[in-house]
Design a protein around this ligand. Structure first.
Ligand code: GDP
Length: 594
């Protein structure tokens, strides 16, 4: 029966693959999109390229015209009905475009500037593509910028290359080799697309110019061939409805509308959808009673105000229970709620869509930044109030990371008033950098505040007494640890009769000298020739005297306490070496610390 069903499928059942463009800033993503969208008037190009909501649709006839230079003998097979290219290039939109954790994109174009090679965001994009297992090709863009390049507009790349001077050809080979090497460093086998014998094993490089249009036919042809080869049958045919909300917008005269990408299935006018109601469809403001995947569509329906960008859209079928579908959609949110720290401590996070929120939460999880609250959509006063609950628990976490969302005026004012920091950015890692910098600042301030309470461990042997009392000045050898100005020192006396231990506090180090040069810190390795240590007691301490309260048979220790150890642990953890922790551990019982 299954085979019969398959056999019954015809060309009308095919759906169009969805393509995303990503890459580093300024590599030419936008320009490439413009170029492939552009209609060639002089060739009387097949129409039908429609700019839709958030995407451009290329019906197969347009694809055929655009790739004609590469199909002179007419042997190329075109199985797909068309191609939907998402209009907002960049990896942010790619992260937003996913359903149930997998990418909405069936194929991607990673744009690399041939003059620059792999750049930071190229690597970021590569990571995303690998995570989502999205097949992709690489456009090696801006070939026309190579010195001496002679342009043959919209030409097939290999033909253009053959017509270049030997010097240009050499520069091209050279730059391509470098890029291939850079990809190899990322563990990827990149080859020029016309040398690629296996789409499964190698990444195809297609040289392009978004200015002259050279290589663009090659790029489109490659997208056709790659989707035809690599997209499974399941993806190729219209099946179950798959629809994702891209944006919720209020449009004058229409009310609240949602822009969706219909990635599979068919939407009909009058379909009951969850979490919404009756459906009316507008595609590029042309009214449709039925639309087939893949498309970008604007939907009009009542009660759209609460729709959430990034969430799934479902149609209620005759046998479906609307409540069940609702639960299923809500379960997408539940997974996100699990990202919230159980301790109740953490930053608040607000993003424009479910997808971007998910991506940001992943980022924060990896960076071990706890999250106490999440929300989707613009930041309002209530969000500030929620973040304010953190002011008492952990002041440094009383902030909101706002990712690609507006903050309304009142909310901004309230945040200012209450001392809630707002971090705003449209790129995840900018947001992350800003927060990390702020965090480092807070940590540094905390360390400054805590520094007087921090006691660094040391064990000293007395070798000379230069002044016996008020202040005490001793010559010492460092047996263990580090000497620092500010460290309180003590000796331990045991009563020979009662065996009772007494800790004699000498005061704090107020200066350190090696060979008459003053120092702030002296390490064990530097103290070889002896260190002169000046010790002064606090007003509340009685002055101790060398020769009476202690003498050169006594070892001197840092006066550590439970509290001083805690300060080291919370504020200086990274600065304390393993040896120093061991010394603290050894000193604890001697100084009666539990
Ligand atoms: P995006 O940030 O990746 O979207 O890059 P844009 O499309 O905005 O392009 C950045 C700049 O590079 C613009 O000034 C473009 O005109 C230019 N540019 C893009 N593609 C090409 C190309 O193929 N050749 C040349 N010479 N310039 C290009």
């Amino acid at each position: 029966a299954h085979e019969a069903a398959l056999a019954a499928r015809n060309k009308d059942d095919l759906r169009s693959p969805i393509c995303c463009i990503l890459g580093h800033v300024d590599t030419g993503k936008t320009k490439l999109l413009d170029k492939i969208r552009q209609t060639n008037v002089q060739e009387g190009e097949a129409g039908g390229i429609t700019q839709q909501i958030g995407a451009t649709y290329f019906p197969v006839d347009a694809i055929k015209t655009k790739t004609a230079v590469l199909n002179k003998d007419g042997s190329q097979e075109y199985k797909i009905p068309g191609l939907l290219v998402i209009d907002t290039p960049g990896h942010e939109s790619f992260t937003n475009l996913r359903t149930r954790g997998s990418s909405l994109c069936n194929i991607a174009v990673l744009v690399v500037d041939i003059m620059h090679g792999l750049e930071p965001q190229t690597l970021e994009s590569l990571r995303l593509l690998r995570d989502r297992k999205t097949p992709f090709i690489v456009a090696l863009n801006k070939i026309d910028r190579m010195y001496g390049w002679q342009a043959f507009p919209d030409n097939d790349f290999r033909d253009s290359l053959a017509k270049q001077s030997r010097a240009v050809q050499r520069e091209f080979e050279d730059r391509t080799q470098k890029t291939i090497l850079a990809f190899a460093e990322q563990g990827l086998n990149a080859v020029l697309y016309y040398d690629n014998k296996s789409f499964a094993r190698n990444v195809s490089l297609v040289p392009t110019s978004a200015i002259t249009g050279e290589g663009i036919p090659d790029m489109i042809m490659l997208l056709v061939n790659l989707t035809q080869q690599r997209m499974s049958d399941r993806l190729m045919y219209l099946s179950e409805l798959e629809c994702t909300v891209l944006e919720v917008k209020v449009i004058e005269g229409l009310g609240t509308t949602i822009d969706v990408v219909l990635s599979n299935g068919i939407l009909h006018e009058g379909d009951r959808i969850v979490p919404l109601r009756e459906l009316r469809i507008k595609s590029a403001y042309v009214h449709h009673s039925e639309v087939k995947a893949a498309l970008g569509v604007k939907i009009l329906a009542p009660d759209l105000e609460k729709a959430i960008a990034g969430s799934r859209l479902m149609v209620v079928g005759p046998d479906d229970d609307e409540d069940e579908l609702m639960d299923e959609i809500m379960s997408d949110l539940t997974t996100l709620m699990n990202a919230i720290d159980k301790s109740g401590r953490g930053v608040c996070v607000q993003a424009s869509t479910l997808g971007s929120l998910e991506a940001l939460l992943e980022f924060l999880k990896v960076s071990k930044i706890p999250v106490s609250g999440i929300n989707i959509g613009p930041v309002h006063q209530k969000d500030i109030k929620r973040a304010a609950t953190m002011l008492e628990k952990a002041k440094e976490l009383a902030c909101i990371l706002c990712f690609d969302v507006p903050v309304d005026k009142e909310a901004e004012r309230l945040a200012e008033e209450m001392g809630i920091r707002l971090f705003k950015a449209d790129i995840i890692y900018h947001l992350f950098d800003a927060f990390t910098a702020y965090n480092a600042e807070i940590t540094e301030a905390k360390r400054r505040d805590a520094a007087p309470q921090a006691v660094w461990p040391c064990r000293l042997k007395i070798i000379a007494a230069f002044a016996k009392r008020d202040p005490i000045i001793l010559g010492v050898d460092i047996l263990d640890g580090t000497l620092r100005v500010g460290t309180p020192l003590c000796v331990i006396k045991v009563d020979p009769e009662t065996q009772k231990k007494e800790i004699i506090e000498l005061g704090k180090i107020t200066s350190l000298e090696i060979n008459h040069k003053t120092q702030e810190i002296v390490k064990k390795s530097q103290g070889g020739g002896g260190v002169a240590v000046k010790i002064e007691h606090a007003v509340y301490q009685s002055a101790k005297m060398f020769g009476r309260h202690f003498d050169d048979k006594d070892e001197i220790y840092s006066r550590i306490t439970r509290q001083s150890i805690d300060v080291l642990k919370t504020s200086f953890k990274e600065d304390v070496s393993t040896e120093e922790w061991l010394l603290i551990k050894a000193l604890k019982p001697r100084l009666n610390i539990q």
